[in-house]
Design a protein around this ligand. Structure first.
Ligand SMILES: [Zn+2]
Length: 288
């Protein structure tokens, strides 16, 4: 199949109470590893890259590799641009073949977030590309922030309703207490807020900061309406640790295949786990 828009699979996921795993990949091996895991699990898949990775590899190289992966399977595979603040990069990635983009204007005041998101949607909708936007601030939510300040960083359910209505955004990432990176303690997820937001808007919701959330908390968030879970940091660690282990054992190793193969296997193992946790295993044939 060609690369799929993520809209249909995420709506299916929201409707049926599971989430699609979205993996941030930085190398061809990481991309292949998560695709292998999706195929083995019969799961829909979202490949995603940050703007930094687009600059590092090139949107055209990434899209070409993702298209080859999609062409080899009947599973729906989407290619998503994660946390982009730059309209021009969004357009460049859409032209390269990305089927989904996140415009992150959450650092701007609400009205500007609406305007910037709507501008991207006017371009993306014309070519069937999914648009994700963020409300509240996912990063920087720390446990030691006082309640009122923490509350101000999290997405307001009423604002979510007006944001979706005014922008027409396809998928929404509301800040609900997760953070990027690896948590020092347990994440402080506001499940009540997820429930209120999910009860107010029917678009699929996106769980950012998926690395290291305890499995029972992921299942709870997914059951409440989180239809996409982003996994970035844990995947990078699995990849890098496997390479480090090879060099600890054999410092003189100079054949890239000898360290890339174990790294790829480590990424695949983790991806299999995350796909199972999201509940999207076995859903590959349903969502299209
Ligand atoms: Zn994120």
């Amino acid at each position: 199949m060609p690369l799929s828009s993520t809209t249909a699979v995420l709506r299916h996921a929201r409707k049926h109470g599971y989430a699609v795993a979205a993996f941030n990949v930085h190398t061809l091996e990481m991309l292949q590893a998560v695709v292998d895991a999706a195929i083995e699990s019969d799961a829909p898949l979202i490949l995603q890259t940050t703007v930094g990775t687009v600059q590092h590899l090139g949107a055209d190289y990434i899209a070409a590799a993702a298209e080859v992966a999609a062409s080899r399977t009947r599973l729906p595979i989407g290619l998503h641009l994660d946390h982009c603040t730059d309209y021009n990069v969004v357009v460049r990635c859409i032209r390269a073949g990305y089927t989904s983009v996140m415009i992150d204007a959450s650092m701007h005041p609400y009205e500007e977030n609406v305007e910037r998101t709507a501008r991207v949607i006017s371009v993306a909708a014309a070519v069937g590309v999914n648009v994700e936007a963020e409300l509240g601030k996912v990063g920087g939510v720390e446990d030691d922030i006082v309640v009122d300040a923490r509350d101000a960083l999290l997405a307001d359910p009423e604002e979510c309703v007006s944001f979706v209505a005014r922008t027409g955004v396809d998928t929404l990432a509301p800040a609900i207490g997760t953070a990027h990176g690896i948590y020092k303690g347990d994440p402080n997820i506001d499940f009540d807020r997820i429930a209120r937001i999910a009860g107010s808007v029917d678009v699929p919701l996106v769980l950012h900061g998926g690395s290291g959330i305890p499995p029972d908390q992921v299942r709870r968030a997914v059951a409440l309406g989180m239809a996409k879970m982003n996994i970035a940091t844990e995947l990078r660690i699995a990849f890098s640790d496997a390479i480090k282990r090879v060099f600890e054992e054999r410092p003189g190793e100079n054949d890239p295949r000898k360290y890339m193969v174990p790294a790829k296997e480590a990424v695949k193992r983790l991806a299999l786990e995350k796909i199972a946790l999201c509940g999207c295993a076995g859903r590959g044939g349903e969502a299209v």
